[in-house]
Design a protein around this ligand. Structure first.
Ligand code: ZN
Length: 261
């Protein structure tokens, strides 16, 4: 069944595998990291990422680009990262977890469940070695909260409404966005809910290459497309209040990297 077969991130460009957009948030409860990208463990042992992934994506594994190096480069101590909120646990998002062993790792419950015990067709995307250190997992279920009409969870007790886990399943079983309220308003890190910015514009635009890639890498098409439509509506109706961006789009990544300098 097409909907249930999503082996690994395959058939993409080299550029797209070269970075994953992470956020570092200075909060009243210490530093909070959203996603981790590849980590030092992947650089020490690239083989753990699997031959098909490395052959097709050819990720550039560069120590200076890991989240832990970036945190140090900002003059901060990686040990001060108290919380990590993940959009999902695909290999290109979870590799850095072991670089922050003291952090609580917040994840939507269905994602943790499938990642720890993946069916055969999902095995290649979830690399068990990336969490062999035993992260301090905090698994979250939805409990009636909403964020701009989306079901949501407040993952970090002390931060109230300022950080929200927003389930956007489809790319993976427990894939979620992470909403963060900063001084300039809301940002929604959409993870891999889409790969190309114009997909949430009205009218939507997508290239055949991205469309094929998203179909190959999805867990289920139905919920993925429904969530994509909802993100498009969110951008249309609330675009002045919420900035949406996805993990692997180079334009927003570059814009945010420059604004953080
Ligand atoms: Zn990804």
């Amino acid at each position: 069944m097409e909907d249930d077969s999503s082996p690994v991130l395959a058939g993409s460009s080299r550029r797209r595998a070269s970075f994953a957009h992470c956020l570092l948030i200075e909060s009243s409860d210490g530093l909070v990291l959203v996603d981790t990208g590849f980590g030092t463990g992947d650089i020490a042992d690239p083989k753990r990422l699997g031959q098909p992934f490395r052959a097709m994506m050819r990720p550039e594994l560069n120590e200076s680009e890991t989240a832990v190096s970036q945190v140090r480069a900002m003059g901060r101590d990686p040990a001060d990262v108290r919380h990590i909120v993940v959009t999902h646990l695909d290999l290109d998002h979870a590799g850095g977890l072991s670089d922050f062993p003291q952090a609580k790792v917040h994840v939507f419950a269905p994602e943790l469940e499938i990642a720890q015990n993946p069916p055969l067709v999902e095995k290649a995307r979830y690399i068990q070695e990336q969490w062999a250190h035993g992260p301090d997992w905090v698994s979250h279920a939805v409990d009636g909260d909403t964020w701009f009409g989306f079901e949501s969870v407040k993952p970090i007790d002390g931060l109230g409404d300022d950080v929200a886990l927003v389930p956007l399943v489809g790319h993976s079983k427990g894939h979620s966005g992470v909403a963060v309220r900063g001084s300039g308003g809301w940002m929604l890190h959409c993870g891999d809910a889409y790969f190309f910015n114009a997909e949430v514009e009205t009218p939507r635009r997508v290239t055949p290459g991205f469309r094929a890639f998203e179909n190959i890498t999805q867990w289920k098409r139905g919920p993925r497309m429904r969530n994509l439509e909802r993100l498009q509506e969110l951008r249309r109706d609330h675009g002045s209040e919420v900035e949406l961006f996805c993990s692997h789009d180079p334009e927003t990544f570059d814009a945010h990297a420059h604004s953080a300098e």
